[in-house]
Write a protein of this length. Structure first.
Length: 384
């Protein structure tokens, strides 16, 4: 009887519901270096008791450390979820490093689309760690105020994409347009611009033997990474997300085959049911989900969410510029030598310090305190 009802339901299901999400995950041929790890990973110095049940970067004692919500699908469709998830996590971590002070730094996803075709991806799919390799390779990602999102990459024929040039060039890295073209104005590149860099990146899961890893251990690694350093980017099966209507998504029948990338911005435990969940931020605008977020059951690789979790740490990010003229001709009084080797330009950057440095120092202090107390105890015992 049940089978009959099910097949009947399948017949009357509208075509839109049956439609599969386009696979936006694609590892480009030029993405060779899947990780660059120097500092100890958070799960190696944090034990389960160090991590709270609930941690949400959108609400740390009432303050949000997340950067703005994004929408990859406007002004027209572009399969750039991977760039949105990866860049959002990076700029959140810069915000965390700045203790939430000042204007948020918003980074250029369009630059990734313009220049990341070989390594990172396009409107037809890409990969989170490819974004981090690209930024490390080229040495920067510009702020988005000199290369805003257009939802186009070179191969896209969607919307106005065939009419604009999104190939990788200096003017498609960072530009200014100093006047109307019919009065002699033109768009030119800037040699110097506020930017951010990548120090380290890697992936939790994804290794050859990782499929045999205990799910609880995996969840601990992900939680430690989020708690110590900030949001991460992850692959996920987006099919159950399409019609997500709020609450904790826990569908045992959902496939773990992934086709989408989002960021994980926190985790929690339902006070009544005790169910653990991840808080994800999508790039489909705030009209979707719970104001752009969704909660997904944690610790059981729901929809493949724990299979390929990418993390990144920033290197430097610009906090002070040298003023450039609006038409891009002079920067700090120096004439720009477009395309030539840049001369000295004194933009000031802030350098990120990995939290492991502070954790290790605190641990060492505790340890030496303990040995000191131990020595005192021994001395007293001897004297006594
Ligand atoms: C980044 O975006 C946020 C949200 O729109 C905005 O408040 C902030 O001023 C932007 N930052 C810069 C440097 O433009
Ligand atoms: C990027 O910013 C740093 C300072 O944060 C600066 O030294 C460097 O010149 C900038 N790079 C470009 C290409 O403008």
């Amino acid at each position: 009887m049940k089978i009959v009802v099910l097949s009947l339901a399948a017949v009357v299901l509208p075509a839109a519901l049956a439609r599969e999400h386009m696979n936006e995950i694609k590892i480009m041929e030029g993405h060779k270096k899947r990780s660059h790890i120097v500092s100890p990973l958070p799960h190696t110095y944090l034990v389960e008791d160090d991590i709270p049940d609930n941690w949400n970067w959108d609400d740390v004692d009432g303050k949000s450390y997340l950067t703005k919500h994004l929408n990859q699908h406007i002004p027209h469709y572009c399969g750039s979820c991977w760039a949105h998830g990866a860049v959002s996590a990076l700029q959140d971590r810069i915000k965390i490093a700045r203790k939430g002070e000042g204007h948020d730094i918003n980074l250029s996803i369009q630059y990734i689309l313009n220049c990341g075709g070989e390594t990172a991806g396009s409107c037809h799919g890409g990969y989170h760690t490819g974004v981090y390799e690209l930024i490390q390779q080229t040495g920067f990602i510009p702020f988005d105020t000199c290369q805003p999102y257009l939802a186009c990459s070179a191969e896209s024929t969607e919307g106005f994409c065939p009419h604009i040039d999104t190939t990788c060039s200096a003017v498609n890295t960072c530009r200014t347009c100093g006047g109307f073209s019919d009065s002699g104005g033109e768009c030119v590149e800037l040699d110097y611009f506020p930017n951010a860099t990548v120090a380290e990146y890697g992936e939790i899961g994804g290794g050859i033997f990782d499929m045999f890893e205990d799910p609880a251990k995996r969840a601990h690694k992900i939680k430690a990474e989020i708690y110590a350093r900030g949001p991460v980017a992850t692959t996920i099966n987006a099919d159950p997300l399409r019609d997500y209507a709020g609450g904790i998504l826990d569908d045992e029948t959902a496939s773990t085959d992934t086709n989408h990338i989002v960021s994980i911005t926190g985790f929690g435990r339902d006070p009544d049911t005790k169910q653990e969940y991840w808080i994800i931020r999508n790039s489909w605008g705030e009209y979707w989900g719970e104001m752009g977020f969704a909660r997904i059951a944690a610790g059981k690789n729901m929809m493949g969410i724990e299979d390929h979790v990418a993390w990144v740490t920033p290197g430097t990010f610009t906090v002070e510029n040298v003023p450039c003229s609006e038409d891009g001709e002079f920067c700090g009084g120096e004439i720009q030598n477009h395309g030539q080797t840049p001369s000295l330009m004194k933009f000031v950057g802030q350098t990120y310090v990995d939290p492991s440095v502070a954790f290790m120092a605190a641990k060492e202090a505790k340890f030496s305190l303990r040995t000191k107390l131990g020595a005192e105890y021994i001395l007293e015992t001897i004297r006594g």
